[in-house]
Design a protein around this ligand. Structure first.
Ligand SMILES: C[S@@+](CC[C@H](N)C(=O)[O-])C[C@H]1O[C@@H](n2cnc3c(N)ncnc32)[C@H](O)[C@@H]1O
Length: 155
């Protein structure tokens, strides 16, 4: 049967941080996620309260989900959606060679300890950005989202 929708309609993405330490990083990533078309963002094992500096009222446009544990997060991963870990690991794929999945959830690690092994092992792919030293977590997430939109979507 002929599909009655465009293949562009079969894609979505969300992005989140494990144990983020600062509300500023969550806010920065949230804003990029909104501007670049994410469907949701999330945090695992952390709390976030609304910031008065959020002039976009980001909370009113895309949801922020808050999971208490990694297990609680894992139970919500949708059907046919790939988990993509963003981490500076030897086995990570350099982003310039990476073809983003149609449906993806991107996972970032904490400012202090990075992405824990438990999360790395459930990821379908691990990707990394160029550089010898690690980037700020919100910057790293923002670059990955930019890479996704320039590779997949006509602006
Ligand atoms: C500040 S870094 C964590 C640094 C931590 N002290 C460590 O050594 O693992 C926070 C997160 O940003 C992301 N990140 C930063 N630079 C990156 C890079 N070059 N490639 C991939 N992810 C990066 C990762 O998700 C990382 O877990």
């Amino acid at each position: 049967m002929k599909r009655r929708w465009d293949s562009n309609e079969e894609q979505y993405f969300g992005i989140g941080i494990y144990q983020p330490k600062t509300k500023e990083n969550i806010g920065s990533l949230w804003r990029t996620a909104l501007v670049y078309g994410a469907s949701f963002i999330f945090i695992i094992d952390a709390k976030y309260t609304k910031q008065s500096t959020d002039v976009f009222k980001t909370w009113s446009k895309i949801p922020l989900f808050q999971y208490k544990t990694i297990d609680a997060f894992m139970q919500t991963v949708p059907y046919s959606c790939k988990l993509v870990g963003i981490e500076m690991e030897e086995r990570s794929i350099p982003i310039k060679h990476y073809q983003h999945p149609e449906r993806a959830i991107y996972l970032l690690g904490s400012e202090h300890n990075g992405l824990p092994i438990k999360l790395q092992t459930i990821c379908h792919d691990l990707i990394k950005l160029p550089g010898e030293q690690s980037l700020n977590v919100a910057v790293a997430g923002s670059i990955v989202l930019y890479d996704r939109i320039i590779k997949k979507i006509e602006l």
